[in-house]
Design a protein around this ligand. Structure first.
Ligand code: DNO
Length: 390
């Protein structure tokens, strides 16, 4: 921030009368343009429509998702086409797909893992045929992202946001937490909380007993060794999403919570097809994580394929809420984050991440229209300012 203030002092003030400012080229943001995208759950499952997304300034496409697919199943060509067809018809791209979930057998290294890996390879080929360039996934055991309240009022303005208080987990079993989260979701499905996966929760948790971070990484390497050659063939990049929150939960190991963890993950396979989905909010759940530094490290290695950007407000030890995207509403410096992206991985895809519920909107927690649209506009504003700052 200090850097930006210093810059502001030396840059001449903008004047609408300065002729060079009124020519088309000078008004345009210089390349690279931000590849701004939006998560969309499909025509049957989203309260947000494609035409609304198209009307958000600067929106180039989606990070797509087939919310009904079970982990381990092949994403069939016709299913992918049914999702992507309307997206293209709305004038949006679909070069990123999220949450192609990895089956627990692969993470645990047991049972039918080779069969599920073959299915995953087929899915990669099918997505590549449909023009997909980046696949976002995670390697979190059993539970994806986790919150203890999906609609906690923010006292300052009456909006509602996702909230986490580790103390509230103490008396809860994972199953109780899953039931509570499902009840809290207002009837919407939540990405990462697919019922089929969670119905086997107790059995799966039992199987994870004795799992260590090193064993999990070994199984991860096995998975990558199998799928990365297919990515090379198809020109698709795999983007690993970090742990959220960024520490182990319910005694399950988690291996993607900080810079050192992500370094070990990247070292599992040398191909640039093995990359990260840098999620500022997930990593930002731990105030010790320096998000701009993490972006600079892996961005300059060419290992950030896409970014999920949102802000977090810490309210105590392992207590936080998801704030609006604005720097001053949370604890992350969004200017520094976008600047790190601009400097090291400007061609990565980006999307605003979870938004608050504002203006009376009823939608899937974290995935309404209004606050995410505000987030996208804000990120575009930061980008334009960075592009135009000499
Ligand atoms: C949460 C999302 C995650 C993410 C998956 C990727 O809202 O960011 O569900 O898409 O972890 O597999």
């Amino acid at each position: 921030m200090g850097d930006s203030l210093r810059r502001a002092e030396v840059v001449a003030p903008y004047s609408p009368l300065t002729p060079s400012r009124t020519t088309l080229g000078d008004h345009c943001i210089k390349e690279p343009k931000m590849k701004m995208t939006f998560r969309w759950f499909g025509e049957q499952s989203d309260t947000v429509t494609l035409s609304q997304i198209k009307q958000i300034p600067g929106m180039s496409g989606l990070m797509g998702f087939l919310d009904y697919k079970a982990a381990g199943a092949v994403w069939e060509k016709d299913e992918i086409a049914a999702y992507i067809g309307p997206v293209h018809a709305a004038g949006l791209e679909c070069e990123v797909i999220e949450s192609v979930n990895v089956h627990e057998d692969i993470k645990m290294g047991i049972g039918r893992r080779d069969e599920y890996i073959e299915n995953y390879k087929t899915t990669i080929r099918h997505l590549a045929d449909a023009g997909v360039k980046v696949i976002v996934y995670n390697f979190m055991p059993v539970l994806d992202w986790l919150r203890t309240d999906l609609s906690r009022p923010i006292p300052e303005d009456g909006s509602e946001s996702l909230y986490y208080d580790e103390a509230e987990l103490k008396g809860l079993s994972p199953l109780e937490l899953v039931r509570r989260t499902a009840a809290d979701a207002k009837g919407f499905s939540l990405p990462g909380w697919e019922p089929e996966r969670l119905s086997e929760l107790e059995f799966t948790l039992k199987n994870y007993e004795g799992m260590t971070a090193d064993k999990l990484r070994d199984n991860y390497r096995y998975f990558l060794d199998a799928i990365i050659p297919v990515c090379d063939e198809c020109d698709v990049t795999m983007a690993c999403h970090p742990d959220d929150p960024a520490w182990p939960i319910f005694g399950l190991p988690r291996i993607a919570g900080n810079m050192a963890d992500l370094g070990k993950i990247i070292a599992l396979n040398d191909s640039p097809r093995h990359a990260l989905c840098l999620c500022s909010g997930s990593l930002g759940s731990n105030p010790e994580n320096d998000i701009p530094a993490i972006i600079r490290r892996f961005g300059s290695m060419g290992r950030i394929a896409c970014l999920h950007i949102r802000n977090v407000k810490h309210l105590g030890y392992r207590v936080f809420r998801e704030s609006s995207h604005l720097s001053t509403d949370g604890d992350l410096d969004m200017y520094a984050i976008v600047k790190a992206m601009y400097d090291t991985c400007p061609n990565a895809y980006i999307r605003p991440d979870h938004g608050r519920m504002i203006w009376g909107e009823q939608a899937r927690p974290g995935y309404g229209l209004y606050d995410r649209a505000l987030g996208a506009a804000y990120l575009n504003g930061l980008w334009e300012a960075i592009c135009k700052t000499p």
